[in-house]
Design a protein around this ligand. Structure first.
Ligand code: ADP
Length: 409
């Protein structure tokens, strides 16, 4: 073999080795890239899955009911709120809106969306077995690629609580107007009588001035109570909480009521233990006790008995009560006596100068202290009104927002 042949052979071997090495390298590189791609794809799938889980959770947790329907008017998606609203059984997916919701009005909105791009602020009323609920429906037609119809999305916003509040507000305004009108018209007619010549007769003058005075006082009381309730409602009442000896507080309130008790020959009894202490604002507590004692005397039996009692309830609460032995409260009225302007006997309350707000104030003041109120009564055997307060030192164990320790701004 010549040298030339030998060198040529060597070059060929080297070339083959280089080619094999390149091939191996290219294969390794391809494998590495394929591995990387697979890893990226897997990661992307995990991310997509997590994202769709998050979207589904969000969709399900929304307070608004949501229905997504396809172009044929069949339900594609319904969140939990929509399920609760329409009580879907079996699941809504795949059924028409009418089949699933059983509401022609909702189905009609879906039909409208085949012609119109959106339906806004549509009011929907759903009569349930126990209550009527109100919804605002906002719906949007969906378009696919090229603008082809692709179903619709409907959002149901519950207005029931708002409607209820509005009704309460309207009733309250009507009640306030009525309460103001009665004493005002009495003041006005008394003044007119005096102006029409009644003032020339001293007996008539003094009788009508008394009417004016009495009704002006009643208006003042009513306005005071209304303003206090408004302040309590908005949390603007300052509570200067401190440990209070409950027997002393009860005695002060009973002493204040001594005159009106005497007028009805009612015996007042303080049965509160001497060592019972509660955390309260002394002025507001006095107001609560005064209202309850006042009622017990007014609505209790003439010549009867009114007692204030108190006891520790567990380690954190004190329960106080005011009891009388009068006619009591009918069972159907028990749940309503703490409502504003509710009276069992309207004429009797007015005759006694009541504003109909006393027990509502009691309830709000006690609740501002973090306590609760209740009443027990057996017809003919009197009534007992209870309220709870915290024991000093126990307030830190409770919800600080419900039981302010120092001052509420
Ligand atoms: P009012 O100004 O009419 O006394 P309240 O809010 O204090 O208003 O009381 C509401 C109603 O609850 C009263 O009108 C009365 O019918 C009833 N009530 C309150 N306390 C008693 C009681 N101790 N016994 C019987 N009825 C009571």
């Amino acid at each position: 073999m010549s040298l030339l042949e030998f060198l040529l052979g060597l070059a060929l071997v080297a070339l083959a080795a280089w080619a094999a090495w390149r091939l191996r390298r290219a294969r390794t590189e391809r494998n590495r890239l394929a591995g990387e791609l697979a890893e990226q794809r897997a990661q992307r799938e995990v991310e997509l899955h997590a994202q769709s889980e998050r979207t589904a959770a969000l969709f399900d947790r929304m307070v608004e009911g949501i229905l997504v329907v396809d172009a044929a008017g069949r339900i594609r998606l319904a969140n939990r709120a929509a399920g609760t609203l329409f009580q879907f059984t079996p699941p809504a997916q795949g059924r028409t809106v009418l089949e699933a919701t059983r509401h022609h009005e909702v189905a009609a909105i879906v039909t409208r969306l085949t012609r119109e791009p959106e339906v806004l602020n549509h009011e929907l009323r759903i009569d349930g077995v126990t209550e009527t609920r109100y919804f605002e429906v906002n719906a949007l037609a969906l378009r696919g690629a090229g603008g082809t119809p692709d179903g619709a999305i409907l959002v149901f916003h519950d207005l029931t609580a708002l409607r209820r509040l509005e009704a309460v507000r309207q009733e309250f305004v009507a009640n306030v107007s009525h309460e103001l009108r009665t004493p005002l018209s009495l003041v006005k007619s008394a003044a007119e009588t005096l102006l029409d010549g009644g003032r020339h007769d001293p007996a008539v003058t003094s009788r009508f001035l008394e009417i004016i005075d009495k009704n002006a006082n009643r208006l003042t009381l009513l306005l005071d109570d209304l303003l206090l309730l408004a302040r309590l409602d908005s949390g603007r009442v300052e509570l200067n909480l401190r440990p209070v000896m409950m027997r002393d507080a009860a005695q002060e309130a009973l002493d204040d009521a001594a005159l009106i008790a005497q007028a009805r020959a009612v015996t007042l009894v303080n049965e509160v233990p001497g060592d019972l202490r509660a955390l309260a604002d002394p002025d507001r507590l006095r107001q609560v006790l005064a209202n309850l004692i006042d009622n017990a005397i007014k609505y209790g039996r003439e010549g009867g008995l009114v007692s204030v009692r108190g006891r520790a309830m567990g380690s954190s609460l004190v329960e106080m009560s005011v009891r009388d032995n009068g006619a009591g409260i009918p069972p159907e009225a028990l749940a309503r006596v703490f409502e504003r302007f509710y009276r069992v006997d309207k004429a009797r309350s007015r005759e006694q100068g009541g504003t109909g707000l006393g027990l509502a104030i009691v309830k709000n003041v006690v609740q501002a202290h973090g306590g609760d109120v209740r009443v027990e009564s057996t017809a003919g055997q009197g009534a007992e009104f209870f309220f709870t307060l915290s024991r000093p030192g126990a307030e830190r164990k409770q919800d600080p927002t419900l039981n302010p320790v120092s001052t509420v701004p």
